[in-house]
Design a protein around this ligand. Structure first.
Ligand code: RP5
Length: 168
């Protein structure tokens, strides 16, 4: 299990395959930027189901507060994780080759009432927004994260306001 720092991780980023890392790494990069301790791990609902069970069941007792789960295709990882923990689960539909992530999105978003997965956009935008959503949730009880999140957003606004378009 990859751990971002010596500090105990509060966010767990899990993904169905190594091939998801190019997307899910964007969530990790943003958490790092916001100084939120996280861990990363490949956990496959289909290829390592027993690991999925133990990860979901033990996450809370290890200090994890939020789980970001990314998967593509028949993307059962976020939903099955949510089925086994009451922790907030943020689902990222990874853009699949065959169906461009429409399959991932529908697999993740259509949860039955009672077991929610907060589902983000397909691909990198979803991964980045999952990290920012995790920061928003943590900022309710963490003044430091709150300040860094507000600073990130202010900087983003500043960048857009200062962006000039090229001559037509
Ligand atoms: C899913 O199947 C993974 O989340 C990944 O997006 C997709 C394809 O996995 P690989 O065949 O690239 O390992 O479980």
């Amino acid at each position: 299990m990859e751990n971002s720092s010596a500090v105990k991780p509060v966010v767990g980023i899990i993904m169905g395959s190594q091939s998801d890392w190019s997307t899910m790494g964007e969530a990790a990069a943003l958490l790092k930027q916001l100084e939120i301790p996280f861990e990363t791990k490949i956990v496959s609902a289909h290829r390592t189901p027993k690991l999925l069970y133990s990860y979901a069941e033990e996450a809370e007792s290890r200090g994890i507060q939020i789980i970001i789960a990314g998967a593509g295709g028949a993307a059962h990882l976020p939903g099955m994780t949510a089925a086994m923990t009451h922790l907030p689960v943020l689902g990222v539909p990874v853009q699949s080759k065959a169906l461009s992530g429409q399959d991932s999105l529908l697999s993740i978003v259509q949860m039955p009432a009672g077991i929610p997965v907060m589902t983000l956009a397909i691909g990198v935008a979803g991964a980045k927004n999952a990290a920012l959503s995790a920061a928003s949730i943590l900022s309710l009880n963490d003044a430091g994260v709150c300040e860094r999140l507000k600073a990130f957003r202010a900087q983003q606004t500043e960048t857009v306001l200062n962006t000039e378009l090229p001559e037509a």
